[in-house]
Design a protein around this ligand. Structure first.
Ligand code: HEM
Length: 96
């Protein structure tokens, strides 16, 4: 999968997740799985200037998936905030 498609799919999955969190509901496992897989793909497609951040992000996405599987809504909320912070940091720092 190319970078653009990966990013588009990542955005689609993350929007669903953020909406579910904002409604106060536990995100569904299928979407969390997809999101985690896409975060891993983004890491594979990253270039060396932001590869470490992409690895951290993929790790966080894996923790988020685990929290969903454990029905741990409180951890899900905190992890989604961390994912949003990581996204803003990266886009601010590495996007031209
Ligand atoms: C949920 C999290 C994220 C979403 C939904 C997201 C979404 C996007 C989208 C839609 C683009 C534009 C792609 C295009 O059409 O060209 C983009 C670009 C980019 N993102 Fe993200 N992103 C996320 C997280 C991250 C993270 C964590 C990093 C860094 C580790 C990152 C680094 C970048 C960079 C460097 C670009 C610009 C690439 C270029 O044009 O050369 N993103 N992102």
């Amino acid at each position: 999968m190319d970078f653009k498609t990966t990013k588009h799919d990542l955005e689609e999955a993350f929007t669903l997740i953020v909406n579910q969190i904002e409604e106060g509901s536990l995100p569904d496992v299928a979407t969390a799985n997809r999101f985690s897989r896409l975060a891993g793909m983004m890491h594979q497609l990253s270039d060396e200037t932001w590869m470490e951040e992409a690895e951290d992000f993929s790790h966080l996405a894996g923790q988020f998936l685990n929290a969903v599987k454990k029905h741990d809504l409180e951890s899900c909320v905190m992890l989604v905030e961390s994912l949003q912070d990581a996204q803003s940091f990266c886009h601010r720092t590495f996007r031209e």
